[in-house]
Design a protein around this ligand. Structure first.
Ligand SMILES: Nc1ncnc2c1ncn2[C@@H]1O[C@H](COP(=O)(O)OP(=O)(O)O)[C@@H](O)[C@H]1O
Ligand SMILES: [Mg+2]
Length: 282
């Protein structure tokens, strides 16, 4: 009898994604009922967004929940194939390109370093784990908030890549108060946080004002966290450029926001020394 291939089944007890590198644990109130509140992401255009952010109450506490649309790596194949080659498995490409997994990997690294007490400060908005939405929550959001999860992109190959689990995925975060953005008086603090994330092998790659709240980054949907297959396969100069990208984006953001600063932003660029750690993706 032919041996059946092992299948990775994402159960709410598994940390995700199932690939080398940091992983995110499930949210501890996986089965608790969710009292959905208002959308928090109404200020940004919906087109091109990775999902939807809601305020919500779970077990008597307020959170921000980012609910992700489905993403198919074939929509971005041209880009990652350049680095990973045409024979790179789609399932593995998903782990390094899906915005949900990007957030899992970044928050997984942040948690690791906090547990090891390497980082004490809240360098990013705190994350409480991932959540698979129950059918009743999916239906509620479809019906009451007109949410389209892009389930139309799901085909057999994506379903296989997701280990057969096509529940809608979400990430539970602290609810930040106040407005998005950076101001003259706190831009240096915001940069310190980005720079610290870079030193942990997390490159945000989407540095702009609406991804900051209280000097902290709220959005890791485009981030790359080491070890990352694309960084490992890019040539040395390209990988270096990618690793320094946040600094350039930060400077652009400051300029766009009209913030003239004496903050030590440019010198940090040259402070990104080669890391002692060697990270390697499979
Ligand atoms: N933890 C949070 N607390 C409060 N508001 C948030 C939080 N996370 C996101 N938001 C709001 O939602 C917006 C979109 O969230 P984000 O994660 O950046 O999604 P997208 O990937 O669609 O850009 C943010 O610009 C911010 O206004
Ligand atoms: Mg964003």
């Amino acid at each position: 009898m032919p041996r059946r291939k092992a299948r990775v089944v994402s159960s709410p007890t598994a940390s995700l994604p199932p690939c080398p590198g940091p992983k995110l644990r499930p949210f501890r109130h996986q089965d608790a009922s969710i009292k959905w509140g208002p959308r928090l992401d109404t200020a940004r255009p919906e087109t091109g967004s990775q999902g939807f952010v809601f305020q919500a109450e779970i077990a008597s506490r307020q959170y921000a929940i980012k609910v992700f649309k489905f993403y198919h790596p074939k929509s971005n194949k041209f880009y990652w194939e350049t680095y990973l080659g045409k024979s790179y498995p789609l399932r593995k490409a998903l782990f390094y390109t899906d915005p949900f997994y990007a957030e899992c990997r970044a928050y997984g690294r942040i948690k690791e370093t906090r547990d090891e007490r390497k980082v004490k400060a809240n360098v990013a908005t705190r994350c409480h784990g991932y959540l698979f939405l129950r059918t009743e929550d999916m239906n509620f959001l479809r019906r009451e908030a007109g949410i389209d999860f892009d389930t139309n992109v799901i085909d057999e190959s994506l379903k296989r890549a997701l280990g057969g689990n096509i529940q809608v995925r979400a990430i539970v975060k602290d609810l930040e108060t106040g407005q998005t953005g950076v101001q003259k008086h706190n831009i240096e603090h915001a940069w310190r946080n980005v720079s610290l994330l870079n030193s942990l092998g997390i490159y945000n790659r989407d540095i702009r004002a609406d991804n900051f709240m209280n000097c902290r980054i709220v959005d890791f949907g485009l981030s790359w966290t080491e070890p990352h297959a694309i960084l490992d396969n890019a040539d040395v100069d390209e990988a270096r450029e990618q690793r320094l990208g946040d600094c350039a984006q930060f400077e652009e953001m400051a300029e766009l926001e009209g913030i003239k600063t004496t903050a030590k932003i440019p010198p940090f660029r040259y402070n990104l020394r080669p890391r002692k750690k060697t990270w390697k993706a499979a």
